[in-house]
Design a protein around this ligand. Structure first.
Ligand SMILES: NC(=O)c1ccc[n+]([C@@H]2O[C@H](COP(=O)([O-])OP(=O)(O)OC[C@H]3O[C@@H](n4cnc5c(N)ncnc54)[C@H](O)[C@@H]3O)[C@@H](O)[C@H]2O)c1
Length: 364
């Protein structure tokens, strides 16, 4: 096999995601880390304990964008810096792997989309579900005709995760921050555009925004869907649990997946085949994203399974539309802010919960 020089990367934003990128880059034979930028000196201190000797640690992003020594910039700050960084990447001709969302508002995302479309750089967005083995297995099963015509897409993701006020303020309400992944995967299965929708939210613990939302509706091609997403799932239970699944219902058979964050289980019930597949969950699948990106760069041809900026922008726009729909409906309140304080205390001080941000980052 032809050998290529390693791809030289710089990470901008070294929080929870930045750390995961660094770990995966250090494991990969195709990549090497050259620089890490964060505006928070403590984040750089953490980076200094993890990054290989010789990695430039800097508070000045221009040490990365302006460097001749860096091929790819990884953008893992919060969304408020994203548009500026993506514009800089185009200006300085750096290829980009970016976190979602690609801007802090629809206007910013549209501006980014235009800018990137007219540029020569390779850009992908981390939409990890698109690289998950279980979704690929299910899609292949559907495409083989085993469930007849796909008719109903059901997606659910409920965990005792990120609580209101803990961080990610620039990403918008939870259904936008996290929910857009599930909006995206429903659209990926349907291979069609959303046509109609109606959403229901609830203001859990009397917080100002819904921390649980369910939307259902139709796609242009007649497939119907429901997406349920919330981080309201038993944060104060003695033993924590979650509920994550997809259920794909066809005119003849079904395919479904559930996971426990360690193992994902796919159950396929087709007209001539029944199959159960269990494999490691994979979580953020950054190893796959880095591999696809490296291969696309070295071969000079974009791998078709690399998530597109446009897909991220569409998922984000619909997540906002579904939140708008929920806001136009009755939005009841259950619980009180005292319970929310108890939840934050347990998550932040006792460090019990899913998706904990680094302690320093928690806004008290
Ligand atoms: N794709 C996914 O599955 C997934 C999962 C979690 C988070 N995310 C996204 O990743 C991004 C980061 O999330 P996180 O959980 O790592 O957040 P975080 O708060 O842990 O980290 C963000 C880091 O960026 C730094 N930062 C902020 N502005 C900066 C700037 N202008 N220049 C340099 N550094 C800057 C902060 O100091 C912080 O260290 C968010 O946009 C979030 O939406 C995506």
């Amino acid at each position: 096999m032809k050998e290529y020089p390693k791809i030289k990367a710089g990470i901008v934003g070294f929080g929870r995601m930045g750390e995961i990128y660094l770990k995966e880059i250090m494991k990969s034979p195709l990549w090497e880390i050259r620089a890490i930028c964060d505006i928070d000196p403590e984040a750089l201190q953490i980076a200094s304990r993890q990054a290989p000797a010789g990695t430039l640690l800097t508070e000045n992003e221009m040490d990365i964008f302006g460097s001749q020594d860096i091929d790819v910039v990884i953008l893992s700050t919060l969304a408020d810096a994203r548009k500026d960084h993506l514009f800089k990447a185009v200006e300085y001709a750096k290829h980009v792997i970016t976190e979602k969302p690609i801007g802090a508002s629809i206007e910013e995302e549209n501006a980014v989309l235009e800018m990137v479309k007219n540029s020569e750089i390779l850009v992908t967005v981390n939409l990890p579900l698109r690289n998950a083995w279980y979704h690929k297995v299910i899609k292949e099963f559907i495409d083989s005709g085993q469930i007849g015509d796909l008719a109903i897409i059901r997606v659910c993701h409920m965990t005792p995760g990120l609580a209101p006020g803990e961080g990610h303020w620039a990403e918008g309400p939870l259904f936008h921050d996290c929910g857009l992944h599930y909006v995206d995967i429903a659209r990926w299965y349907a291979q069609s555009e959303f046509k109609t929708w109606n959403a229901q939210g609830i203001k859990m613990w009397n917080y100002q925004e819904p921390w649980w939302l369910q939307v259902h509706g139709t796609f242009e091609n007649g497939i119907v869907f429901d997406v349920t997403q919330g981080h309201v799932y038993g944060q104060l239970a003695k033993d924590l649990t979650h509920n994550g699944y997809v259920d794909l219902i066809g005119t003849k058979g079904i395919a479904r997946m559930s996971h426990n964050y360690i193992t994902a289980t796919v159950e396929l019930h087709g007209v001539s085949k029944t199959q159960v597949v269990k494999k490691p969950f994979g979580d953020k699948n950054l190893d796959i994203l880095l591999h696809l990106f490296a291969r696309s760069l070295t071969e000079g041809r974009r791998d078709p399974s690399l998530p597109k900026v446009e897909d991220a922008a569409i998922a984000s726009a619909y997540a906002w539309k579904f939140l708008e729909s929920a806001a136009g409906n009755e939005m009841p309140v259950r619980g009180d802010l005292e319970t929310l304080e108890e939840i934050k205390e347990r998550r932040n001080n006792k460090r019990i919960g899913y998706g904990l941000l680094r302690k320093k980052k928690i806004i008290e």
